[in-house]
Structure formats: C-alpha cells, structure tokens
Design a protein around this ligand. Structure first.
Ligand code: SF4
Length: 179
C-alpha cells in the first residue's frame, strides 16, 4: 500500500497567498490559509486574469447579464469582454494541473468566485448575488468532483474540516493504491 504524500496538491487563487496580482496591484493575503492549511497542502497558485494577459494594474471587470447570458466585462470599458478567455484559462488549468485534489478560490471574484458573485445589468445596476466566476465555473466543469472552497467559507471551522476531508478523499479516489 502506497503512502499519502506529505502534502497534497491544491490549487489556489494566487492573491490569497499575498501575490500582488489584483487589478489594483494589491493582494488578499489570508493568514489562515498560509499557516494552518499550508501545513497540509502543496499550493499551486494561479491567477486567471494574469494568465490571460491582463497585467497589473488593469481594468476592473464584473459579471453582466446580457442577452448572450452572463458575460465578464470591463467596468469602465464594457466593450472589453474576457468571458471566453477566462473559460479557456479554466480548461487549460484543469489540463495542466491534472494532479490537483482541491482548489481554494477567491470569493466574490468575477473570475475566481465559486458562487454568490455580484451580477450587474447592462445599465450598471446590481442585479443579484447569483453569479459564478467564469474561470472557476469552467475549471469545475472540466474537473467535476474536485474539492473546492473559498477563503470566506474557510473561516468556518466546520466547513474548513469538511474541505480538508474532501481533499483527502479526492486524493484517495485518484490514488486507489493508497487505500
Ligand atoms: S481573484 Fe482570481 S483573478 Fe482576481 S486577483 Fe485573485 S487570483 Fe487573480
């Protein structure tokens, strides 16, 4: 029987590790993730907005309801539509990081948010909190069953334990030789 590795590979929105990749040059360093969870997991940081070449600083983007469905568009320049590129980044990430057993996303991001991301009308009014980030949705579609969470849920001790257990369970299902 093979042993579970010292640390299991888990993808993560790179701004949560303190990388200055946000649109304004900032980050969203999360001390809980970088201390407690870093002891268990080998993080694979990824920023989809950087991956599609948007750079720092960049135009902030948001989810907009249109007659073509929910699109990811520039806030100041709505003619900028990066929906397809972010979806492609999700597919590429699923393929290139095939060994991931889990993913920690940045909550409420139009790229990385799992759910509950604000959506807007084309007239600029908030329409709801029912969106998912385009990158996250594409990645999950390509890798169903991946253990996923975000930094907001990880603040809850019960949800944190659930996520850790789901990652280990996913590892075992991908590596039956460890059972
Ligand atoms: S939320 Fe996602 S896209 Fe936005 S800065 Fe963080 S890693 Fe990049």
């Amino acid at each position: 029987m093979a042993d579970i590795p010292l640390k299991i590979p888990v993808g993560i929105s790179s701004c949560l590790l303190g990388e200055a990749v946000r649109y304004d040059g900032g980050h969203k360093y999360d001390p809980l993730i970088t201390t407690q969870l870093a002891e268990l997991f080998e993080f694979r940081p990824f920023c989809p907005e950087m991956a599609i070449g948007l750079g720092v600083p960049r135009e902030p983007i948001q989810l907009v309801r249109t007659d073509r469905g929910i699109r990811v568009r520039g806030i100041r320049h709505p003619e900028v539509d990066v929906t397809r590129q972010l979806q492609q980044a999700g597919n590429n990430c699923a393929r290139e990081f095939a060994d991931l057993c889990g993913y920690i996303f940045k909550a409420r991001s139009p790229s990385c948010g799992l759910e509950g991301v604000p959506t807007w009308t084309e007239q600029g009014e908030q329409s709801g909190l029912d969106g998912s980030g385009a990158f996250a949705a594409a990645l999950l579609s390509a890798r169903p069953g991946l253990a996923v969470t975000d930094e907001a849920r990880l603040q809850n001790p019960d949800l944190r334990v659930q996520f850790i257990e789901a990652v280990f369970s996913r590892y075992r299902s991908q590596h039956p030789e460890c059972d």
